[in-house]
Design a protein around this ligand. Structure first.
Ligand code: NAP
Length: 247
């Protein structure tokens, strides 16, 4: 896989304290981008910073809950002051939520899954769109899941949130089609992370690709030369699709 040159580019990654988000942040920094790493867990962000620095890259750590919408707005103002633009936005932060029959899902956990997986990404778009427009090649990537279309019993909140995320992201892609911004979805597939272990406790993690393996694919979508928009890149097959196919 060709690694684009992201030198001088600024990349914001949500959910960068572990798992796929941390691996995407490392891959972006490895390609030369300055990474703005967002998550709640300071220890995880510091570990990421150590890894990025050891590899010769640079990062800014932002301990922030993506549900702190005013905090997200303040972050956009700070990025405007410091960099004047945003080149890459990766909306990766996500939660699995309850795996239960719909009738057993309480309001609070339902609302939380929708808030983190969907609403926070809308707020991110709202706050960061003006900065992406100031880049000569703004690239936005949002991390979806096969669960959006591969409908299974008991995965309701997560599946609904990711299906709605797909619609949100494809709408943003249409709204920016005539600009220099390209907007795409990324489906990492089953990946060796804390979330996957929570979802499938009986599975042997060693049988799954690592977060670093799947994160490399995101480099394709953030390449300033990449011109597709409103598509979905599936890490497992490497295919670029018009929409999520059922499994
Ligand atoms: P993970 O290991 O649980 O990591 C989730 C990340 O999201 C963490 O960095 C977490 O950081 C962050 N996050 C969660 N809630 C947040 C909040 N309120 N504010 C800020 N950050 C928050 O999960 P993962 O497997 O890497 O998942 C990453 C993405 O890939 C998710 O969107 C997930 O749906 C998707 N995905 C994963 C798989 C898989 O097999 N692993 C498959 C398909 C799709 P803090 O807790 O530090 O805030």
């Amino acid at each position: 896989m060709a690694v684009p040159d992201l030198t001088g580019r600024v990349a914001l990654v949500t959910g960068a304290s572990r798992g796929i988000g941390a691996a995407i942040a490392e891959a972006l920094a490895g390609a030369g981008a300055h990474v703005v790493a967002v998550a709640r867990t300071v220890g995880g962000l510091e570990k990421l910073d150590d890894a990025i620095r050891a590899a010769g890259g640079s990062a800014t750590l932002v301990p922030l809950d993506v549900l702190d919408f005013e905090g997200v707005d303040r972050l956009a103002i700070a990025l405007a002051d410091r960099f004047g633009k945003l080149d890459v936005l990766v909306g990766n932060a996500g939660v699995l939520g309850p795996l239960s029959p719909l009738g057993h899902v309480d309001q609070k956990p339902w609302d939380n899954v929708m808030a983190v997986n969907l609403t926070a990404n809308h707020r991110l778009i709202k706050a960061m769109d003006p900065l992406l427009r100031r880049s000569d090649a703004g690239r936005a990537v949002f991390v979806s899941s096969g669960a959006a279309t591969n409908i299974r019993a008991y995965w309701g909140p997560y599946a609904v949130s990711k299906a709605a995320l797909d619609a949100l992201v494809r709408t943003y892609a249409e709204e920016t089609r005539s600009t220099a911004i390209r907007v795409n979805l990324f489906n990492p597939g089953a990946t060796r992370t804390k979330m996957r272990q929570q979802a499938m406790p009986g599975e042997d993690p060693q049988t799954l690709p690592t977060a670093a393996d799947v994160a490399q694919h995101v480099l394709t979508l953030v390449d300033p030369a990449f011109q597709e928009t409103g598509r979905l890149l599936e890490a497992r097959s490497g295919r670029l699709l018009a929409f999520q196919p059922p499994a």
